[in-house]
Design a protein around this ligand. Structure first.
Ligand code: CTP
Length: 397
């Protein structure tokens, strides 16, 4: 899978830079074309001559050399992936802020390809709140973080912070290239977040959904080569700019946005927590507190998933969620049938760590063909990956 791929290897200043030569050798052996970009600091840990000999390409580390300018934009466009290994604490922090003070940073900031990083640092540095926050931030930009490993560190201590071994990085890259084109050419619609149903111009009826699960699903599809559109209720989650985002507020707006794009879609995942009821007559002016009681009349919203199930074409795959508190599986299977979906993803509010607001979720997936996938509690990004895998299995099975 690595064979024929163009890989940009970024090296920053860490003692683990000596392992970059091994990584480079493994990549070349696997048939990749590799170009190396170094930070000036990293050249103190490993010589550019070693790396240029192994890569059979000139190693770049200056923004300009001999009065000529290194074209950082073209490098980021040339590569299928940029992997920064090792990623030092300093370069991590620059990536978060967007500091452009060396060639590696210029390439990173202008890269249009996926960027993966393999951090390397001492345990105390790794566990510092600022480092952990920076890693989270980097992840939110859509960058891939290869986990650090536990073992002997440069300080003489033993703990977390070692760069992933070159063999592990190669395995990760293999897997990345294998999945990166799984949904190439496919158009995906994901709904996410809550809806807000206006009571008057200042108040609404909503729910606790943050949109995390739907946004994670959208990102996972995008990373597997899909053309993704998200219809999002009010949510502060961020997305890579390549994902089209249609912002809506109410269930009615979400229905209309979905209907507008539905015909073009191959796969539709309805993960939004759509309000089941909306206010029949929202007040035009702010409701004053003159009365001691207030009655608001609600009416049912359109069930978007069910409406799409009714008009779904043969080639389209429709997945919905079932958030349950009792008789979970039974209710979920009933929703699968009733709403004419192909796949239903069930989560139960009885599972600790699952549901609204958490960064984790515990899901079970049932499909029309009778497949059943049960999962443990996982991060929402990992759960998203399980959901996308199940959809891939269903679509290609
Ligand atoms: N859904 C929808 N439109 C609605 C309500 C729900 O498209 N007006 C979708 C959700 O996005 C989800 C699925 O239907 O994919 C199931 O949502 P859930 O809240 O679990 O169930 P409901 O159908 O609302 O039924 P109930 O609240 O009675 O369990």
């Amino acid at each position: 899978m690595i064979k024929g791929k163009k890989i940009l290897l970024g090296i920053s200043g860490s003692i683990a830079a000596y392992k970059s030569a091994v990584l480079l050798r493994l990549l070349i052996k696997a048939g990749a074309e590799v170009k190396v970009v170094m930070t000036p600091a990293s050249t103190q840990f490993i010589g550019p001559l070693t790396l240029s000999t192994l890569s059979k390409n000139e190693v770049l580390f200056e923004l300009s050399e001999n009065n000529s300018w290194a074209n950082h934009v073209m490098l980021g466009r040339w590569a299928d992936i940029m992997i920064i290994a090792p990623l030092s604490c300093n370069t991590l922090s620059k990536m978060v802020i967007g500091t452009c003070d060396n060639l590696l940073m210029a390439v990173y900031l202008s890269a249009t390809c996926t960027v993966a990083v393999a951090p390397a640092m001492d345990e105390d540095m790794w566990l510092h709140e600022s480092t952990l926050n920076n890693i989270k931030k980097l992840e939110s930009f859509g960058n891939k973080i290869l986990p650090v490993e536990k073992g002997d560190l440069a300080s003489g201590l033993n703990g977390m912070g070692r760069m992933a071994e070159p063999e592990t990085i190669v395995l990760w890259l293999n897997n990345y290239f294998q999945t990166a084109s799984q949904f190439a050419g496919k158009k995906i619609l994901v709904t996410a977040g809550p809806t807000h149903e206006a009571i008057d111009p200042v108040r609404f009826i909503g729910n606790h959904s943050t949109g995390k699960m739907g946004f994670a699903i959208a990102k996972d599809f995008y990373e597997r080569g899909a053309d993704v559109t998200i219809v999002a209720g009010p949510s502060n989650q961020s997305l890579p700019p390549q994902i089209k985002r249609l912002n809506v507020v109410s269930a009615k707006e979400m229905y209309e946005a979905c209907m507008n794009v539905f015909n073009d879609m191959d796969i539709i995942v309805m993960s939004a927590a759509v309000a089941d009821y909306t206010v029949s007559h929202p007040a035009k002016e702010k409701i004053k507190k003159y009365e001691s009681e207030l009655t608001i009349t609600l009416e049912k919203t359109i069930d978007i998933l069910k409406s799409l199930g009714e008009i779904k074409k043969e080639h389209q795959v429709l997945a919905g969620f079932a958030l349950e508190t009792n008789h979970e599986k039974e209710n979920a299977l009933q929703k699968l049938q009733l709403k004419k979906a192909d796949i239903i993803i069930m989560n139960s509010l009885n599972d600790a760590g699952a549901g609204f607001g958490y960064d984790t979720n515990k899901i079970s997936i049932f499909d029309k063909k009778g497949n059943e996938f049960l999962f443990d509690l996982k991060s929402k990004q990992e759960a998203a990956s399980d959901i996308v895998n199940a959809i891939y299995t269903y679509s290609n099975g």
